[in-house]
Design a protein around this ligand. Sequence first.
Ligand SMILES: Cc1cc2nc3c(=O)[nH]c(=O)nc-3n(C[C@H](O)[C@H](O)[C@H](O)COP(=O)(O)OP(=O)(O)OC[C@H]3O[C@@H](n4cnc5c(N)ncnc54)[C@H](O)[C@@H]3O)c2cc1C
Length: 493
Amino acid sequence: MADYDVIVIGAGNAALAASVSARGAGAERVLVLEKAPEQDRGGNTHYSGALFRFAFNHPDDLLRLVPKAHEAPGFMEGIEAYPAEAFREDLERVTDGRTDPELSQILIANSYDTVCWMAKQGMAFELALSLSGVRVGGVIKWPKGAIVRAAHEGVGLSRMWFNIARQAGVEIRYGSPAQRLVQDRKGRVCGVLARDKEGVREISAGAVVLGCGGFEANMAWRAQYLGRPWDHARVRGTRHNQGDGLRMAMEIGAMPWGQWSGCHATPINAEAPPYGDRELTDKTNRLSYVYGVMLNKLGLRFVDEGEDQNLYTYAKFGGIILNQPGAVAWQIFDRKAVDLLEPRYSTSRPVTADTLGGLTDQLAFDRKAAMRTLTEYNAAAGHGTFNPGVRDAMHTARLALAKSNWAQKLDTPPYYAFPVTGGITFSFGGVKVSDQAQVIGTDWDPIAGLFACGEMVGGLFHNNYPGGSGLMSGAVFGRIAGRSASAAARTAA
Ligand SMILES: Cc1cc2nc3c(=O)[nH]c(=O)nc-3n(C[C@H](O)[C@H](O)[C@H](O)COP(=O)(O)OP(=O)(O)OC[C@H]3O[C@@H](n4cnc5c(N)ncnc54)[C@H](O)[C@@H]3O)c2cc1C
């Protein structure tokens, strides 16, 4: 008899969802192997804002997750339904039509049911007010589909998953990196070679689930697959996601899938630490650029800051900033925008001045060019009516690089500049999985006994990403992987 029915590798959102799901589906002995020591546990999940994007047909559907939400003033009035077609349209638009149709269908179709399943397991949710809601008059305007997060953000999400897993009888070993997958003579994955303080040992299992993240923390892989200057990028989350699971799977013939040259990266405070800080978590993000302009060291704008709501552009703008000279930029706002800045901005001190000239004097860039850019922007801005809660079409006219929404003039002192760089969140390239989360080999056949979930699933995201989809994907495919692994373990026994 195998040591365990199911071994799950990793202990983030996806892996713990898989472990709980495996128990729920009948696997009696479920072991989670986590590389990090206990005090560093939780993977990227710990650092996340814990926003979950899911499809729902009626605002009341949210009350299953946040039952007291209707007591929040202006909450229900500001919500629009987010049917499956809207989720699909968003995913297709931001990925330039490249999202894997089969996987995205599974993600979307299972999204609401999966957050309800999480709530049933004991996960508490709350409104993602500080992340995505904007108060306009008495009403909170929400970007569609991105309204709810796990209570107490990623720290809470991770802690609740560990509690739920423990209560479900899942065994968790910290400081135990998996090194290699073990196969029987027929090629079925039947265990793992794992390391701990005592040494290296083989642990057998009926099935194995890989949920151990992407390669975002691995400098060499970033250089190899993402190219320059990604080896210099700061990492927003865990140090431990080094591509181990992808390597182990591909060593036994798993098929790489999705955009291996792409990743999720966001504008973050230029002084952010090289890896995620467990206290600061996602507070280094700087996503209110939609209400101002961004200038690089040459004093030039380089994106349409108002192309779309920030949850549809932030994941690609980080990479664009990283590719500017010196990998830095400044986000510039005037007094009018200050009350709209996300609370996270309060974790760093901006440069301030009473004139734009006084501001540019203090910044390390081509001052003349910067003043020319800001003057030209101000001359072109202000066409339309400003409304922070929707794409308001307030635009610039006759400007070579337009700003399409929220293009207010920068004309009300004081002025503020926040230095930003691009921080990598997770890599998009992964392995191919089936609709049962089974890992597919380069021969296009499933690898018996092997399942994958979370950042390791390739194909969903390309070039960009709609905010809140990563955790949702992890939970959906984690839940499926756990169920499938449990069934596979029964067959193997
Ligand atoms: C700052 C930040 C904010 C974010 N905010 C959001 C958000 O609001 N909404 C959203 O949808 N997404 C968000 N994301 C993205 C999302 O959090 C991650 O993509 C998601 O948590 C990944 O889950 P996972 O389970 O696949 O991986 P992880 O949570 O990273 O877990 C992987 C685990 O595997 C372990 N591991 C690695 N190698 C091995 C090995 N060899 N053996 C054993 N264990 C191993 C790691 O230590 C880690 O614990 C954010 C990410 C960051 C960094």
